[in-house]
Design a protein around this ligand. Sequence first.
Ligand code: SF4
Length: 458
Amino acid sequence: MIPTSLIRQFDIPGPRYTSYPTADRFYNDPKAQALLKGIEVRRNNPRALSIYIHIPFCESICYYCGCNKLVTKNHGMAVAYLQTLFKEIDQVVALLDHGGPKDIEVAQLHLGGGSPTFLSDEQLDELISHLNYRFTWLEHCEKSIEIDPRTVNSERLQHLKQLGFNRLSLGIQDFDPQVQLAIHRIQSYESVQSLLRAARDSEFDSINMDLIYGLPKQTPDTFKRTLSQVAVLRPERIALYGYAHLPERFKPQRRINTEDLPDAEQKCAMLESAVNYFMAQGYEYIGMDHFALAHDELARVKKEGRLHRNFQGYHTLKDCDLIGFGVSAISEVGHCYSQNAKSYDQYSSLVAAGSLPTEKGLELTVDDQLRRRIIMALMCQGEVKIQEIEEEFSVNFDKYFTNELLRLADFERAGLLKINADRIEVNDQGWFLIRPIAMVFDYYVWQQTDHQRFSKVL
Ligand code: SF4
């Protein structure tokens, strides 16, 4: 584990790089020009799709939440939303389709939110039938869904398996009752344990659990208890996020009492004990807060240097175009990003009017693509092969990145990485500060002063 003093030295606010440039760089694009451009480029190189579907509804608010969601108990809203979603899917399919019906192959499907399990079983049936009708699933297609354990029982899990889902992601955060009270998310350990048993009985391929450290009322001791409870459940993957308290950006966080938050020292202790504990329990460190058991696909691709990163985080598939459907969903097609309207009403009325519901977009310049290649190599492999980059982009690396290499030298002096003639290599300690290391190559971050929009490592 990295010394606290080093974390303090480099703990500056920075993006998590699920994309480069980051989404705050997208420009207004109401005519969806970036998406259309990406689709045009795709015609000459039709790759399999990764599909993301955003279901924005939640029955109750979690105070730490920073997601795009709509809190309601009115399940009727989902009926109208699904109709809008189907219309949007049909619009995009009409643009993508270049052969015949069901010509579009899909390698990955992810339902996220909000809470996808806000949808009833019947609504999920409808959604999957619509997708079955429009797309062809590739063999071994990964189909994953985010589960709010409070909305699912063993029968629902079986139903999800029957619908073809093979991966589950459970929002846990913390099992301590005081913490759950402080974040307004009550779910007992026993209920999650019985869900896990049911998921194992239904033979899901992989189960992920999301945890958060730095929540109100959490202490290093209470968090250790949660860690050992999670280890007993033994999910294949664990995502361990640091809570970023940004109440000026995320309204629900204003309900969190700042005095209940652990300080940086305690957060550091929690991160340290989590990393040490999970590694001792046989988990491999994937990068930036992610762990996986050795037999899991994520650990395997990491070992083989084939790890990738997109808006859903780390993933195992290369060479896919990502299409996001639903309010606020982001797509990445070719060298273009686009994002749907973030307001529910705006999204719905744009689709109803027969328009693509796109609000923002970005066509990457060659410089953006070059920096994206480097930042993703750092985030996924912790290594940049300089000659490969020079050949791919016809640049002299040392000349092009003179300033960046100077900034990187600080990290080298701190013993976090090595700059060789042919490669930049991040070491085990450097992995814990991969965000500020990658940030060295972010052109836009160095042009601005308001880094506070991003969260810190701790
Ligand atoms: S954390 Fe998840 S379940 Fe809770 S309000 Fe946010 S999106 Fe909904």
